[in-house]
Design a binder for this molecule. Structure first.
Ligand code: C2E
Ligand code: CA
Ligand code: CA
Length: 536
């Protein structure tokens, strides 16, 4: 379970890291997008200001130009009436009149009180025909511009442009509370300003758009803080965050699925392998070291993969036992022995065949049933069978194990304790279980010859087995001197690479037949000898 949590949290961590990347990317893309949209909006705001300023100036200029051309250029009543008509015809123009050389009003339509104040700069002889000035009259942040037209006689016609022309364009809603716009005549004469945001306060982080007119000395600047633009994509950022959270979940799911899948796949592979009969018996001969005759074999499981590779039990046995697959595998193995070596065993009733069981087999009686159903009507008789149980791992319920063993023994099958000396069973264990045979582990056989104390251990095992009336099989014989020593100790049954490695059935049968042939030959020689004696 904790393994699963680990997998889950690992997948989560990876997913978080992986999802951070698109989250940051989405955020910066959205910010970038917001800035470019805001800049576009600000540009078009600036364009609108400029356009209105330009068109109102142009309207005023052409109105004044027309008046001049039509000789309507005095303060006379008829001229003033015509001024009035022009004002009514052009929405941008509030007032029309004349100023003198000093820029002071000479007359004004509609009539206002003349206070002697100059509304335009002094006339310059080399100046342009058109002049633009600014009045202090103000409307919603915009001042009234004055456009003048030089009549070349020391007087000028003028027209006042209504501030409402410029005022009242708030721009897009999301920028409204933050932006600042300025329209200037020349560099410093302010025509219109709106909004309080100051780009200086925000340093470089603000947005700024500046446009200048190609027709008149006009400049528009629009400022806004970037944060105002970012607000616009606030909702999209939430969407992006939710999408990334979804991505995290998806990645976790995929990660967990991928992490767990191998385990599930391993299980499925294994079950399929069992079903296909890939677990097969190998047979390792057990020989009589005094006579060299075959005493039988131990059945050792192998996994023959479809590609022909032979896998040893060390690679899969623990897994098979832990997951309970071993029960089916053992049943299959036992059935195979009948098919493969049944005939050999029928012909050689003295041969024994050892089957390995594990501790789990001694937890219920099913194993007794398995043995019965496999061997009751087979060519291998109960008397030929030995079941091995290892001392390496303890039996959980010794009393139950003992009862099951007794039932097995009642059939005529013998029970061997495997790997004796490696576990914690000890003497008491041995006696309590009442096994028929002990198998001395390779570990002790290995050190015969170079370690006196282990010879002593083997000595005492042999003595113990003799005293309890148990048989002995020595395992893992690899050298002649081990054989010699075992003979000295009176051990006769042995298995090991010195004689033969575990092998497939056909090879084992061949091996058995070779030994039988040798034996027959030896007997022949003896018979021949007898004949010779007779003849003599
Ligand atoms: P084990 O029952 O002690 O089997 C003896 C092991 O020693 C076998 O290894 C055998 O090939 C190996 N061996 C025999 N002679 C020599 C030798 O001279 N030198 C060396 N170095 N090794 C030798 P294997 O076949 O790899 O099996 C390993 C273990 O797997 C077995 O130990 C047994 O505990 C288990 N096992 C094998 N088949 C089965 C089975 O069908 N059921 C169960 N429950 N366990 C099995
Ligand atoms: Ca064994
Ligand atoms: Ca063993």
């Amino acid at each position: 379970m904790s393994q699963r949590y680990f997998i889950f949290f690992r997948a989560l961590a990876v997913a978080l890291v992986v999802a951070m990347v698109p989250l940051f990317a989405a955020n910066s893309i959205l910010n970038q997008y917001a800035l470019s949209i805001a800049e576009d909006e600000m540009s078009s705001m600036a364009e609108r200001y400029l356009e209105r300023a330009e068109s109102s100036i142009s309207t005023a200029v052409s109105a004044l130009q027309r008046l001049d051309r039509d000789d309507i250029q005095t303060c006379s009543l008829p001229d003033r009436k015509l001024f009035q008509r022009v004002i009514l015809g052009a929405g941008e123009i509030d007032a029309i009149g004349l100023v003198d050389r000093m820029g002071k009003r000479m007359c004004n339509v509609p009539d206002i009180e003349m206070n002697g104040e100059a509304i335009l700069p002094n006339l310059r002889p080399d100046g342009p025909l058109v002049g633009i000035g600014m009045l202090n009259r103000e409307f919603m942040g915009a001042r009234a511009a004055v456009v003048s037209w030089d009549l070349r006689d020391g007087t000028r016609l003028f027209a006042e442009i209504t501030p409402a022309v410029i005022a009242g364009d708030p721009g897009p809603a999301y920028l409204r509370g933050f932006r600042r716009a300025e329209l200037r005549l020349g560099k410093d004469i302010l025509w219109y300003e709106i909004g309080g945001y100051s780009s200086d306060g925000d340093g470089d982080s603000g947005l700024r758009v500046v446009l200048t007119s190609t027709q008149y000395p006009l400049e528009v600047s629009v400022f806004a803080p970037k944060s105002a633009a970012y607000q616009m994509v606030g909702d999209l950022k939430i969407v992006a965050a939710v999408a990334c959270a979804g991505l995290v979940l998806l990645l976790v799911a995929i990660g967990v699925w991928f992490s767990w899948r191998p385990e599930n796949e391993a299980h499925e592979d294994f079950i399929a392998a069992i079903r296909r009969g890939e677990f097969i018996p190998y047979y390792q001969p057990v020989v009589d070291i005094e006579t060299g005759q075959l005493k039988g074999c131990e059945v050792l499981m192998r996994w023959r993969r479809p590609n022909g590779v032979i896998v040893s039990p060390g690679q899969f046995m623990e897994y098979a036992e832990r997951n309970g697959y071993i029960f089916d595998m053992t049943r299959h193995l036992m059935r195979q022995t009948c098919i493969e070596v049944g005939k050999l065993y029928e012909e050689n009733p003295d041969y024994k065949i050892s089957i390995n069981l594990f501790a789990g087999h001694f937890k219920d009686r099913e194993v007794v049933q398995d043995l019965k159903s496999t061997y009751a009507d087979s060519s291998i008789s109960y008397q030929q069978i030995v079941v091995e149980v290892t001392e390496r791992y303890p039996l959980e319920d010794i009393d139950l194990a003992r009862k099951i063993m007794a039932e097995i023994q009642a059939l005529g099958i013998r029970v061997a304790l495997d790997d004796v000396g490696t576990g914690h069973g000890g003497m008491a264990y041995l006696q309590k279980l009442g096994v028929d045979i002990i198998k001395i582990d390779k570990m002790f056989i290995d050190s015969i010859g170079d370690d006196d104390s282990s010879t002593t251990i083997v000595d005492s095992m042999v003595e113990l087995a003799d005293n309890l009336g148990m048989g002995i099989i020595a395992e893992g014989i690899e050298k002649q001197e081990q054989v010699d020593r075992l003979i000295e100790l009176g051990v006769t049954a042995a298995q090991g690479y010195f004689f033969a490695e575990p092998m497939p059935a056909a090879q084992f049968i061949e091996y058995a037949e070779e030994l039988l042939a040798k034996e027959a030959e030896a007997n022949d020689v003896i018979i021949d000898d007898d004949d010779d004696e007779d003849a003599a």
